[in-house]
Write a protein that binds this ligand. Structure first.
Ligand code: F6R
Length: 602
């Protein structure tokens, strides 16, 4: 979703901004812009579409004296992706960039318009800059004007403001959307995540909600509702892991291939010879806990659903799964005996973060499963397990899903050990299977070539149904989500046994059914569900280690002994299918239309 970068210092600012925005590009955006004040001159540039367009527009511009600079990539929420709606937004002498949503912007806008102020964009963000200037014109105190401005805002924001009346200062505020400050000598950086400032800044401070302030003369002055406050910087990692595509065509493709390797990282130090160990978890985590609730969105919700099957079946603990955006407003009845787990790749998803805050307010213990250390969700949780997938750049999540699912499988065994709901022999069987997971995730040339060939037969039709049972039902949901995200074809995931309760009405030769048919879990049941579809002439692509004579096409998988190994192997096949269909359709695999990598608005 939208990205922010800011800089105060003597270095060439255009490069810092554009390179920083490039690092945030994978999050999804549809326009970008920068604003710089140097030698009392304010310059700004905006462009719709890719960053190359902004680079082209700024080709002749350079800025190498002391100055202040802000930049933004915008993912449209209020108003179309146009140059006027792109950030930074201009008042008369100030510029603002903003992530999040100002909920009361219409009221503020109407008030300012009544005072004769003209708005150029359709965005909520523009209200910030006009509110600031209208206050400044009354009181001639820029920091007070900024403070009064943010006190008027309801909703979520991370914002930077620069103004010609204070040309050595960046004003900043954070509430609900991520923002951090990077430090390197006299250079000060701002960003919505740490990637753009890694190897530029050496230390970092992650702003908390309700914090605001300004940066001037190489210093940062920080406030919250109680007044000025001190803060402790942390060392910033130098590990960029900012994936290059290597020889792959797309980041998503590279990330699919990486899954075997990263799974080794996910398991390291956790999967021991005959037990599962999570050093990061408090020993008291399970005291007085009788049940688990998992809350997440999108792909992370699918891994949560998979985890719930495992937790109930193996760890014998009741487990409910909730979509975060539904959970927030359903007035849920929460009990202190529930362990509240959130799952998030980015750790910044607004709905998941708010659900977590609600659970904490109700006194629940919390645990997050996340790929980004120091993200808002990790910081907000009592306990966190990092999935260690490395940075994921493809908007369509692959290795994050795989590692989340692995963490949930390991966590299930960990709980089962604690609750003694598993025998040592069963535990050993699970661990032996787990150790084989990296192999189940290997992409062979043969498999990839087969999916490449097959994909040409699945470019039309009136829709796809991915079907499965038990843990293969969430995998079906995930397979369908992957396909629709990057191919823009209609796809649904369905429990195989439910087809005859309605959707089978759609069956004809133009309905493509991707049937997940594991041999180690309810094979006969799913087989008869697929036979019902085949009898109605649906086109069947079976993914199974067993031959299935009614299938029009078949991907023969290797593993047949353990459901989780079958799960991971089939997951790779569905990811490659989506990838190859998308490539044949000529789509932008890594940055599909309308999508953002990190959804920081509700
Ligand atoms: C799909 C995808 C999204 C995310 C969802 C939640 O490929 O990535 O559905 O899973 O937006 O994001 P996180 O996991 O960052 O909370």
């Amino acid at each position: 979703m939208c990205g922010i970068i800011g800089y105060v210092g003597k270095k060439e600012k255009k490069k810092i901004l554009l390179d920083g925005l490039q690092e945030l590009e994978y999050r999804g955006y549809d326009s970008a812009g920068i604003a710089i004040i140097e030698n009392q001159r304010l310059k700004h540039f905006k462009a719709i579409g890719k960053l190359e367009n902004l680079r082209e527009k700024t080709k002749k511009y350079e800025s190498s004296n002391f100055g202040i600079a802000i930049g933004h990539t915008r993912w449209a929420t209020h108003g179309k992706p146009t140059e006027l709606n792109a950030h930074p937004h201009l008042g008369k002498y100030s510029f603002v960039v903003h992530n999040g949503i100002i909920e009361n912007y219409q009221e503020i806008k109407a008030e300012l318009q009544n005072k004769g102020i003209t708005f150029l964009s359709q965005t909520d963000s523009e209200t910030i800059v006009h509110l600031f200037e209208s206050d400044y014109e009354k009181n001639r105190d820029s920091f007070q004007a900024f403070t009064n401005t943010i006190n008027r805002l309801d909703g979520a924001y991370a914002t930077l403001l620069i103004t010609e009346v204070e040309e050595e200062t960046i004003f900043f505020a954070k509430n609900g959307s991520p923002m951090l400050i990077g430090f390197s000598g006299e250079d000060i950086y701002f960003a919505s995540s740490d990637t753009p400032i890694i190897r530029k800044a050496t230390e970092v401070y992650y702003l908390e909600d309700g914090e605001y302030g300004y940066s001037k003369d190489g210093n940062v002055t920080l406030f919250n509702q109680e007044g000025e406050k001190s803060f402790i910087k942390k060392p910033l990692t130098t590990n960029k892991a900012s994936a290059q595509k290597d020889s792959f065509r797309f980041f998503m493709e590279k990330e699919i291939y990486e899954q075997g390797r990263v799974m080794g990282e996910t398991m390291m130090g956790r999967v021991l010879d005959n037990s599962i160990n999570f050093d990061e978890l408090e020993k008291s985590l399970f005291e007085n806990i009788t049940n688990i609730k998992i809350c997440a969105c999108g792909t992370s919700y699918h891994s949560a659903l998979t985890g719930a099957y495992l937790l109930e079946r193996i760890a014998k603990i009741p487990c409910q799964v909730e979509i975060a955006s539904e959970f927030r407003y359903k007035e849920p009845l929460l009990q202190a005996s529930t362990l509240f787990i959130t799952i998030s790749q980015s750790g910044e998803t607004a709905d998941t973060l708010e659900a977590l805050k609600m659970a904490k307010r109700a006194g629940l213990k919390s645990l997050s499963i996340c790929n980004v250390d120091n993200s808002s969700i990790v910081r907000e949780s009592d306990n966190a397990i990092l999935t260690r997938a490395g940075i994921e750049k493809g908007v369509a999540s692959t290795k994050a899903f795989a590692t989340q699912t692995m963490v949930l499988w390991m966590f299930t065994l960990y709980v089962a050990q604690l609750k003694k709901s598993i025998t040592q022999e069963q535990l050993q069987t699970e661990i032996n299977a787990m150790i084989h997971t990296p192999k189940a995730l290997l992409v062979t040339d043969k498999l990839h070539a087969k999916l490449h060939r097959l994909s040409k037969r699945y470019l039309h039709g009136h829709g796809f149904f991915f079907i499965g049972r038990d843990i293969f039902f969430p995998l079906a949901l995930e397979g369908a989500l992957k396909l629709k995200e990057i191919s823009y074809l209609h796809a649904e995931g369905y429990p195989a046994g439910e087809m005859k309760h309605g959707p089978i009405a759609l069956a004809d030769s133009e309905l493509f059914t991707i049937a997940l048919m594991p041999s180690s879990m309810q094979y006969e049941k799913i087989k008869s569900n697929v036979e019902e579809l085949s009898a109605r002439d649906a086109t069947i692509l079976a993914i199974s280690p067993k031959p299935f004579e009614l299938a029009d096409d078949c991907i023969r998988t290797k593993y047949s002994s353990h459901p989780m190994l079958e799960f991971f192997e089939m997951m790779v096949a569905t990811q490659l299918l989506a990838l190859e269909i998308s490539i044949r359709l000529g789509n932008d695999v890594d940055m599909p239309r309308n999508l953002a990598k990190s959804v920081t608005v509700e």
